[in-house]
Design a protein around this ligand. Structure first.
Ligand code: E4P
Length: 218
């Protein structure tokens, strides 16, 4: 399972990269705004900085919601760097644009997916990734993980090449359940990745090993 970090914060991206387990990055307009990155040129420059840190797929989201402009924006983004994946919302013109990008060999991430039907459409259109939002479904009392399970099953039934990118992953249990189900990718904040390190028995065990080692070296 690939690990993507879901942030536009360069320090956090660098930290996850330095841990040696990072495969890619997802961003969205809210994450860019959170970092105070506004304006076309600043946003494009920021994507380039992310691409310099991580040699993996970097999702950059289009703002346009009509076909012509999604294509224009997506082609511009794809030209920025070979690792850019054009993130396109699950809307009618978005699906049409994903088909276009797929035929042009431009990688896409179909975002804001909340149902198995939407995921089937994304795969039929030729999306490279589909992003079902687990946490946001949980937020409205719907089992987000069940959706991941459903999509993985459906894609396997038909051999769809679209990779299931579990998004809106909020905690370690989400991540572990995605691995059990067989999601291709999870994208999550840095703290979810670093939380995987933690177990109290590891800390207690290490303290004991070091204390016993120190006894013999007095
Ligand atoms: C996906 O690519 C989105 O950027 C993201 O995972 C949304 O997460 P959130 O629901 O925590 O905002």
């Amino acid at each position: 399972m690939k690990f993507f970090i879901d942030t536009a914060n360069l320090q956090e991206i660098q930290e996850a990269h330095d841990l040696g387990v990072l495969d890619g990055v997802t961003t969205n307009p809210s994450l860019m705004a959170k970092e105070g990155i506004f304006g076309h040129d600043n946003v494009m420059a920021h994507y380039k900085k992310i691409c310099e840190i991580v040699d993996g797929d970097i999702s950059a989201e289009v703002i346009a919601t009509d076909y012509e402009n999604i294509i224009k924006e997506g082609e511009f983004l794809a030209e920025l760097h070979p690792n850019i994946v054009v993130k396109v919302p699950m809307i009618r013109d978005g699906v049409k644009a994903i088909r276009y990008f797929s035929e042009k060999g431009i990688k896409t991430n179909c975002t804001l997916v909340f149902s198995a039907g939407q995921a089937i459409l994304a795969a039929k259109a030729g999306a490279t990734y589909v992003s079902p939002f687990v946490g946001r479904l949980d937020d409205v009392s719907t089992d987000g993980m069940q959706l991941i399970d459903q999509i993985v099953q459906i894609y396997s039934n038909y051999g769809y090449q679209t990779q299931v990118l579990a998004a809106s992953v909020r905690h370690v249990m989400h991540l572990v359940q995605c691995a059990e189900i067989g999601a291709d990718v999870v994208t999550c904040p840095l703290n979810v990745i670093t939380s995987l390190l933690n177990h109290p028995l590891t800390d207690i065990g290490l303290q004991k090993f070091l204390a016993d080692h120190a006894k013999g070296n007095k």
